[in-house]
Design a protein around this ligand. Sequence first.
Ligand code: FES
Length: 127
Amino acid sequence: MAQLIKVTLPNYLSNLPIPDTAGGWFRLSLRDWISLIPPFACVAGATYVSYLAFCPKARAPPCGKVNPKILKNSPKVVDIIDVEDITEKAVFCRCWRSKNWPYCDGSHGTYNKENDDNVGPLIVKKE
Ligand code: FES
């Protein structure tokens, strides 16, 4: 490993055809451009991974769907709650991540943290 970092990598980088002037880029041969592809791909990949790691808004939602797993074999998820069954208040999930569907179990907190979102439950209170 030390050999790679101290000798091989510096030798590889010093032998890359990096021009000294801006005009030198236009004088590179096809072979030079091909030899620059691996290091530029590494830099681009490291930049992209860093961007994803440090910029939460860059990450896509987990699956691109609102409902990731609740009753997926059903064409439509419908829940009917009789208001008379609500004693004092009922807290309903709106993030589709609850393990106690259709009631909120607090899973929206984890979802919001991981996705930089702000969804929360619907609270129905009886007077
Ligand atoms: Fe989904 Fe709370 S668990 S809103």
